[in-house]
Design a protein around this ligand. Structure first.
Ligand code: PEP
Ligand code: MN
Length: 339
């Protein structure tokens, strides 16, 4: 159930509704839109007198909501959530579409700093790179850990790019929060609920990747864990799902962009690298993602893909990235956005 306040409701009038809601044993979550406040009510609604709340001063309406995810739902907040990232405060979810690029994993200082320079020059807003890697095999490269985080922070200082890097467990949150601008939750961890709850207590934006076999409602409920935990800065990332198809590593679900934009106010990012598994498919899927309404792209880019420590097959080179960004700018303009 959500209580929509009339435009111009005072803080005291909102507080009055909050107290009424609490009297019914419900928990409130306030959402401040551009011109009105909404009080989302969480808990058992049986026994709640909807009419009594509707009668309170400056309440416009009380709406029962159907979506199981409340705070992430467009029914609760009509205006798109804009999330500022990095030293330049680029807004994901705003008119401008952002490209975040970088290697799958941070491999060494020299190559990461060079990649960051190239990524910046290409016109991107963020550098990606895993310091902690969730690898399918325990024998594969597991990442540089905290040293990798320090290299990423150095790249941010040198370029002004926002740092996006993965947190694979609750134990790493403090370290990643200290060095990164956006905490990425990998597909394998989308249903790691204690991790999601712990991310609710952080103050940094979280980029939540869709699980390999998660439905969109499960994806949104995972986002709900983080918002319900206290952190509303959640960015959704579609990175492809497992299907029977074998010519791609994952099947990139581009219709998810349009569907998510229809269901949630949270920004939507497409990862065409994990979404295809092949570098030659990345430019076309990036173009399609922008046309479909994605707010940002997360792209794997490597100076020397053939020798990458992980995911070389799906990494594009800086030259391909630079040409792609130019093309994406024209597509963005064609749909009244910018890049
Ligand atoms: C990654 O971004 O490098 C990654 C491991 O992604 P995913 O969780 O989508 O597999
Ligand atoms: Mn990768």
């Amino acid at each position: 159930m959500i209580v929509v306040m009339k435009a111009g409701a005072t803080k005291e009038q909102v507080q009055h509704v909050v107290e009424l809601v609490r009297e019914y044993g419900l928990k409130e979550h306030l959402i401040h839109g551009t011109d009105r406040t909404v009080v989302a009510c969480i808990g058992d609604k049986r026994g709640v007198d909807k009419g009594a709340i509707e009668n309170a001063p400056m309440v416009e309406k009380v709406v029962p909501i159907l979506a199981p995810y409340k705070m992430a739902s467009l029914e609760v907040k009509k205006d798109k959530t804009e999330i500022a990232i990095g030293p330049d405060g680029f807004c994901i979810g705003g008119k401008k579409i952002g490209v975040i690029a970088g290697p799958c994993s941070v491999e060494n200082r020299d190559s990461l700093l060079k990649t960051a320079e190239a990524v910046k020059k290409a016109g991107c807003v963020g550098i990606r790179g895993g310091a902690y890697k969730p690898r399918t095999s325990p024998y594969s490269f597991q990442g540089m850990g905290e040293e990798g985080l320090k290299i990423l922070a150095e790249a941010r200082d040198a370029t002004g790019l926002a740092v996006v890097t993965e947190v694979i467990g609750v134990e790493q949150i403090d370290a990643v929060e200290e060095y990164a601008d956006v905490l990425q939750i990998g597909a394998r961890n989308m249903q790691h609920y204690p991790l999601l709850e712990a991310l609710g207590r952080t103050r940094k934006p979280v980029m939540l990747k869709r699980g390999l076999s998660a439905r969109l409602d499960e994806f949104l409920l995972a986002a709900e864990y983080i918002i319900n935990g206290g952190n509303s800065q959640v960015i959704l990332c579609e990175r492809g799902i497992r299907t029977f198809e074998e010519y791609v590593r994952n099947t990139l679900c581009l219709s998810a962009v349009a569907e998510l934009n229809d269901k949630t106010h949270l920004p939507v990012v497409i990862d065409p690298s994990h979404g295809t598994g092949h570098a030659h498919l990345v430019p076309a899927m990036s173009q399609a993602a922008v046309a479909a309404g994605a707010d940002a792209l997360l792209i794997e880019c490597h100076l020397d893909p053939e020798h990458a420590a992980s995911d070389g097959a799906q990494s594009i080179t800086p030259d391909v990235l630079a040409a792609l960004v130019k093309r994406l700018q024209r597509i963005a303009q064609a749909i009244d956005r910018d890049l």
